[in-house]
Design a protein around this ligand. Structure first.
Ligand SMILES: Nc1ncnc2c1ncn2[C@@H]1O[C@H](COP(=O)(O)OP(=O)(O)O)[C@@H](O)[C@H]1O
Ligand SMILES: [Mg+2]
Length: 342
């Protein structure tokens, strides 16, 4: 394992659950450009795994190698128990892939796209019709089913794309940037679809540029940077890699602010905003101790907020530059909520 890897998982002798996808030392170069520089992955069956990285990080390349669309220059991988190099046909039979760029044919209808997939999977005519009807219903595409797919919105095309992937009932699904370019409402719909897949026991490997998306969906996250996995673990494990958790107290009464600053030890003062910042992991015990000290001095803060580091902080700490769209900001989260109620 390269020394730059910050492992947060309990490897080293501890048995790991059976993997739906496992890879060791995957490498890929184009000319003298190294795109993947030794990637290790272990994705337990039935889990969601997010490969998180900015544009050009190598996410699509990794998905293409694991789905046998291109070959690697080095390393090994098993998908669904089959070796990608020696048993690519078995790998293809076990997986469904929704690429970064749509596989939908715009000139034919959504229903025809689905029936075409059913044909490709050698379903009988009646079985093909049954599965198509069921998936169109499930993905809320019944009204649009008879219209040419090029008339669909981005969100509808993505839903059709995933519905097409599910025709063959794959147990392992690769979703390459499933929500890039979608509006907030469609993104939330897509998250619901992905959660539903997982509750059916499907294993999902998704790639994303959005920290918030990885945080929302993934059991485990690998941060891909410069062709290497810079860190991996659960969202919480990754967040613990960086300091930055704190409690912030804001006052309107300057006298209360000054008293609080003296009764609470080790605070960072913001005299202009009348706000105090206390380093804290945000646990109940730590919060109680802060509140008790304020109580015993007879002071009440006008506002108390707990800040835990988010994946944005993690990516910044690992790479020195996020290079990622700022999807996680609290303001953008608020605006999404507003969008959703409309
Ligand atoms: N067929 C190719 N030939 C040359 N360079 C490629 C090819 N495919 C990808 N690359 C390069 O590999 C890097 C990673 O690409 P990609 O895997 O598509 O990244 P991501 O999906 O994370 O945006 C990029 O710099 C890209 O230009
Ligand atoms: Mg890509």
């Amino acid at each position: 394992m390269p020394s730059s890897v910050m492992s947060t998982s309990s490897r080293g002798g501890v048995p790991q659950p059976p993997a739906a996808v496992s890879a060791v030392g995957l490498r890929k170069s184009y000319g003298d450009k190294t795109v993947l520089d030794g990637i290790d992955l272990h994705i337990p069956a039935g889990s969601v795994f997010a490969l998180l990285g900015p544009n050009g990080a190598g996410k699509t390349t990794a998905v293409k190698i694991l789905s046998t669309l291109i070959s690697s220059d080095g390393g090994q991988a098993q998908v669904g128990g089959h070796d990608i190099a020696t048993a690519p046909q078995s790998v293809r039979a076990a997986i469904g892939v929704t690429g970064q760029f749509s596989a939908v044919d715009g000139l034919i209808t959504g229903e025809e796209n689905m029936l075409l997939m059913a044909d490709l999977h050698h379903l009988s005519r009646s079985e093909g019709r049954r599965v198509t009807a069921e998936l169109l219903e499930r993905f809320d595409l019944v009204d649009a089913a008879k219209k040419p797919a090029q008339s669909y919105s981005g969100g509808m095309k993505r839903r059709l794309d995933i519905a097409m992937t599910l025709v063959g009932s794959p147990r392992i699904i690769f979703l390459d940037e499933p929500t890039t370019g979608l509006d907030p409402r469609s993104r939330h719909t897509m998250w619901g679809i992905i959660r539903e897949l997982v509750s059916d026991g499907v294993t999902v490997l998704l790639t994303t540029q959005y920290l918030e998306e990885a945080d929302e969906l993934a059991d485990r996250i690998a941060v891909l940077n410069n062709g290497r996995i810079a860190a991996h673990g659960t969202a919480d494990e990754l967040k613990r890699l960086v300091p930055g958790g704190h409690v912030r107290l804001r006052f309107t009464d300057p006298a209360a602010y000054r008293t609080a600053a003296t009764v609470l030890r080790q605070v960072t003062r913001d005299d202009e905003a009348l706000a105090l910042q206390i380093a804290s992991g945000g646990s109940q015990r730590e919060l109680r101790s802060v509140l008790e000290r304020l109580d015993s001095a007879g002071i009440e803060a006008d506002e108390l907020t707990v800040h835990t580091p988010d994946l944005d902080d993690v990516f910044f700490a690992l790479t020195g530059d996020t290079g990622l769209p700022h999807q996680t900001g609290r303001t953008s989260r608020t605006s999404q909520t507003q969008e959703d109620v409309r």
